[in-house]
Design a protein around this ligand. Structure first.
Ligand code: TRP
Ligand code: ZN
Length: 860
């Protein structure tokens, strides 16, 4: 059956629910093929709704067995069902308050979409955000309906979990009660043969909390880091935001089949096992860092998301932008703020700027959607977090703290909006945020053009802001831009410390006087606003900032800009790199006063995708193969230029003793890995081979393996085989094995390598991690191979997206974004990509998720 044309949902159409829920009782009789869900829901008329309306309950794919109102079975003529739910007309309702009771049957075993109740590795688990609860039972599945839940689970599985606190349990059953009113998207249930890594936490006010990380048998020795991160996150939220945990238990469960990273269900966070399980032998430093960040993120949602939730899904950034901002702050406090900011901006530019400058551009608070799952985007999350950072810069640290205190006290227990959020800042600081609010509704990345003059000791910066038109929004208005600026004297001293200039006009100038000589400006320090800075800057000035800037972010940024200038010339004019960049890089790499992690980021060249976007912005049609070749040439030139420094640096960055995942040790390994990549260009993998043989941790083993593949000597293939023998039993490590081969394949072989791996017996394509590790790796980690002039890369990815769409629309639709940059390329490539996108759209029975994504990418 094909549904009617999918509906567009609009923010402007919001109406409060006619019926509120007083409390919910659920009983689950679990069975893989036929689970029965019995619900008792106490409804009461919403005084905020004008008059008593119909009772509309969402429900999809449910077999209704019985339903009753106040104990009286619902007669067939008194309600109607359709493909998205059930309606009882107002006349058939008993009064202003009544109890709905129903029993439905669902089949978790056949649920490959991983939304609602499903099975993963033999355990039952749920994923309800955004609209998965309606696949479990009939309910007003919208976030502004909040209620306390009681849950009874009946199953032979030994471990039975749900939200809140455990109430009672016996052989084959368990009961849970969550006293905190919550929307249905935060409901969770887990049943399986699980083991716990246990700990306890005492809150600031002295309440004990039992902490458990639940995993499959055999994984229990890989939970310590996640547990440690959880306890640090709990303490940090008390100390920095005065937020305490509010239940007797906090459970985390790791599952192998999961569409995204993790989910903040109240008291029962469910995680993709990739973001829980870690041991030195199996997880890289980057894995440890992500685990720390995601454990914290989900924990922080307990206040920003759960206690205060969203009125509707248009307000998604209310919880996600703020929670990302909070997890970034946390990671900065745990590690290094300078390095964290570099990582966050790299990510923002690679994902959010890419999105904001293409056909999928949308506001941080979208105004319409067809499938809400398609709006869990870099714009909502990462740009949403940047908006919080700007608010803080404008309000000051104390103003921010006052605003947040007010937010928590004013809106606890509510489903709030962006208007509510901005109002607490206005009330706490006395500022008018009317213009700032545009950041939430205006998509596109602003360009900030800068020029300057110097006269009689006065230095003036002239700014002009302009946001290019985006899909469906041609006209742009000026935004509030906090521009952090410092000035350096020609001898490298800072003559003006960081000040935040507030730009509100299309064009605006700011002066600094009393200067002896023309200063060098350090603009947009710490990346104080998510904009693209446009300014003619000489190589000398960039090298000067790389050597002298006191702002670590801008120091890195100067090196980055130098690298981009050099690469651009190498691509467009086939120029040589020239000495300025290479000398500056050598000085930076050897500067022992600099954090090794920072130096590692300094040595990393801009990605091929970043260069493609940079060329496109400059009006040049990017050739992915030419970009790849130039980047290879530059890597070799860097290796040669730094050749005398590399062996010593490699040796000095060794981390003796047992592995520790802390930032200092990780930073040393990161620099050592960057040095090894360069060394490999000169020694054909001799050092890498030794490192591969000796490594006692995954960071170093994997780094060495990547280098051996780059060296193309045959040692790489041997090492791959050895790696597979060592780790063939381990799903998470084998994901890396699949990905690495694709990432390091020469462009002309990348499609064949990917295609070959799809025939591997361990290519379990229904597992989202594995699918992304193989099909996602080609476009994301080997763009030159993906954009093969034959179009074979586009065809391969399209074939697999179509295959997955029939089973898992959510993961398919997300991956469609690999095509979002198609407008950058030459006519032939564009025509081939367009052909593939049309082939997707023309497919019978295509999901709503993928239909919306591909339609938007095509600009329909
Ligand atoms: N709210 C989750 C987070 O940010 C993410 C999320 C949304 C999610 N929808 C999901 C996770 C579907 C898994 C599946 O942490
Ligand atoms: Zn989140």
């Amino acid at each position: 059956m094909r549904d009617a044309a999918p509906q567009t949902i609009r923010l402007a159409d919001y109406t409060p629910p006619a019926w509120l829920v007083e409390k919910v009782d659920l009983t689950f009789r679990l069975d893989p093929e036929a689970t029965h869900v019995i619900s008792r829901i106490a409804f009461r008329a919403n005084p905020a709704h004008g008059g008593r309306g119909d009772l509309r309950l969402d429900g999809e794919g449910l077999r209704l067995i019985r339903a009753a109102l106040d104990g009286i079975p619902l007669a067939a003529g008194n309600f109607g069902t359709d493909s998205t739910g059930l309606t009882v007309p107002a006349e058939a309702l008993p009064g202003d308050a009544f109890t709905w009771e129903a029993e439905v049957e669902i089949a978790p075993a056949g649920n490959t979409a991983l939304e609602g109740l499903y099975l993963s590795g033999g355990m039952f688990c749920t994923q309800c955000e955004a609209e998965g609860f309606r696949k479990i039972t009939y309910y007003p599945d919208r976030p502004d309906v909040m209620a306390p839940f009681s849950v009874r689970i009946e199953s032979e599985m030994p471990v039975l979990l749900s939200n809140g606190n455990p109430v009672a349990s016996g052989a084959g059953w368990a009961e849970w009660h969550d006293p905190w009113p919550k929307p249905s998207y935060l409901f969770a249930l887990v049943a399986g043969d699980l083991v716990a890594h246990r700990d306890t936490f005492t809150t600031a006010s002295g309440r004990p909390v039992a902490l458990n990380v639940w995993v499959r048998r055999g994984d229990e020795d890989r939970c310590a880091y996640a547990m440690d991160a959880l306890k640090r996150a709990m303490r940090w939220d008390e100390q920095v935001y005065s937020r305490e945990y509010d239940l007797d238990v906090f459970n985390i469960v790791a599952v192998d089949d999961f569409n995204m990273g993790a989910m903040e269900n109240k008291g029962l966070n469910i995680f993709n096992s990739k973001y829980v399980l870690a041991s030195p032998e199996t997880a890289t430093d980057l894995d440890f860092e992500r685990i720390e960040g995601i454990v914290a993120h989900e924990y922080f949602h307990n206040w920003t998301g759960n206690r205060i939730t969203c009125r509707d899904w248009f307000q998604l950034c209310l919880k996600e932008g703020l929670t990302v901002y909070r997890d970034q702050q946390f990671s900065g406090d745990m590690r290094s703020h300078a390095v964290k900011r570099i990582e966050d901006v790299l990510q923002l530019r690679a994902r959010q700027f890419r999105e904001d400058n293409g056909p999928l551009a949308h506001p941080v608070r979208p105004e319409s959607y067809i499938e809400i799952n398609n709006f869990y985007t870099a714009t909502v999350y990462e740009k949403g977090a940047e908006l919080i950072g700007m608010l803080r810069r404008l309000a000051g640290d104390e103003g921010y703290a006052r605003a947040l205190d007010l937010y928590f006290s004013r809106h606890d227990g509510e489903a709030a909006t962006i208007e509510d959020w901005l109002k607490v800042f206005e009330d706490a600081t006395g500022r008018d945020l009317g213009q700032f609010k545009l950041w939430y509704s205006q998509p596109g990345t602003p360009r900030l053009h800068v020029s300057e003059d110097f006269k009689n000791g006065t230095y003036t910066l002239h700014f002009r802001q302009e946001t290019p038109p985006t899909a469906r929004q041609p006209e742009k208005r000026p935004l509030v831009l906090p521009i952090a600026v410092g000035l350096l004297a020609p001898d490298g001293r800072e003559v003006h410390p960081t000040t935040v200039l507030e730009m509100t006009e299309p064009e605006q100038s700011f002066s600094f006087d009393g200067l002896d000589a023309r200063p060098v400006p350090s603009l947009l320090r710490s990346f104080s606003a998510p904009v693209i800075l446009v300014r003619e800057t000489s190589t000398e000035e960039r090298a000067f900032l790389l050597a002298h800037d006191t702002d670590p972010f801008n120091r890195w940024e100067a090196g980055r800009a130098l690298a981009k200038d050099v690469l651009t010339r190498m691509i467009t004019d086939r120029a040589d790199p020239g000495p300025a960049y290479l000398d500056a890089l050598a000085a930076m790499a050897g500067d022992e006063s600099l954090d090794p992690a920072f130096r590692a980021y300094g040595l990393a060249l801009p990605s091929e995708d970043d260069m493609a976007q940079t060329l496109h912005d400059a009006g040049v049609v990017p050739d992915p193969l030419a970009i790849h070749a130039a980047r290879e040439r530059l890597t070799l030139a860097v290796a040669r230029h730094l050749s005398s420094l590399l062996p010593g640096l490699y040796a000095s960055m060794e981390t003796p003793g047992p592995f520790t995942p802390d930032a200092a040790a990780a930073g040393r390994r990161s620099l050592r890995g960057a040095v090894l990549r360069l060394l490999t260009r000169l020694d054909l993998g001799a050092v890498a081979e030794r490192q591969f043989a000796d490594a006692d941790n995954m960071t170093e083993q994997l780094a060495a393996l990547g280098c051996l593949l780059d060296a193309e000597t045959g040692a790489g293939q041997d090492a791959l085989a050895r790696f597979a023998r060592q780790w063939g039993h381990d799903r998470l490590v084998m994901d890396k094995w699949f990905t690495l081969q694709i990432a390091h394949a020469a462009p002309e072989r990348a499609v064949a390598v990917t295609d070959g791996l799809t025939g591997h017996r361990d290519f379990d394509w229904l597992n989202p991690n594995r699918f992304r590790a193989v099909i996602g790796a080609l476009p994301m980690l080997n763009p030159a191979g993906f954009h093969d002039p034959s179009g074979a890369g586009y065809r391969l990815v399209t074939d697999w997206l179509l295959r997955l769409d029939a089973r898992n629309p959510q993961t398919t639709a997300r991956l469609c974004s690999v095509f979002e940059t198609w407008g950058r390329y030459d006519t032939d490539r564009k025509a081939m990509i367009e052909g593939e996108l049309r082939r997707i759209l023309d497919t019978e029975g295509l999901s709503r998720d993928t239909t919306e994504m591909v339609g938007r990418i095509l600009g329909a």
